[in-house]
Design a protein around this ligand. Sequence first.
Ligand code: ZN
Length: 256
Amino acid sequence: MEITWLGTAGFRIQTRNLDFLIDPYISRNARARPIQPLTPENLRPVSHVFLSHGHFDHAADLPRIRPGNLYCSKSLGPGLIRQGLSPDSLTLVDRDGWEKDVDGVKARAFFSRHIRFDPRLVLSRIKGILPEFLPCFKLFLAWPCGRVLSWRFVLENKTIHFFGSGGSKRQELERIAREGPLDLLMIPLQGHSNIHKIALEYVRILKPGAVIPHHFDNFFPPVSRQEDLSSFVEELGREFPETRLFLPRMNRPIPF
Ligand SMILES: [Zn+2]
């Protein structure tokens, strides 16, 4: 299979049978880095999209992408229809452990949590956000989080687990770890000034064979900034030398 990072928490996964997206958000803003030359329309046609939660940096391009099937938490259904998504396209997840076979890919959803923005991170951004507070606030208002899901895919005899936000409690991760071995963990490095330590804790509990960090780019300044991955990379290498690390580059497929 090939896994392509689209910036922010967005991915395209292409297998022999299925081509699908997770949390695709590529429209960004003019100051975002790296620059994403693709537009949401360039991704079409898209048969299947899996969504972790409703925030703009995960969901706001969906009305332009117009997926044939969108899998998301039940709490997001009415809002997404108001945003212009066809009710027929929505499959609403209403329970932890929800499961569906999608053209040979087993998809399971687990109830998860959003990371709590810590005061240090909020203070570090607030000066930049103030002049643009109203448009930023409107974006957050238009795209509420809803219940957060993490997604587990079994495809081509490999198991992949995707998190769109890093707020999981230990209990949640330990439960997921009991589901069996994990080949690849996709983990967001965003939303907390100690996110590197938080991400390492995911690795400690889930013991994946490989890791793809994401959401570390400067996708919407001043709300975001480029996260420094060096301490995560160093500590991962020291503590888990066997774990493969793929540092994704935008629009460059990773064979897996
Ligand atoms: Zn979010």
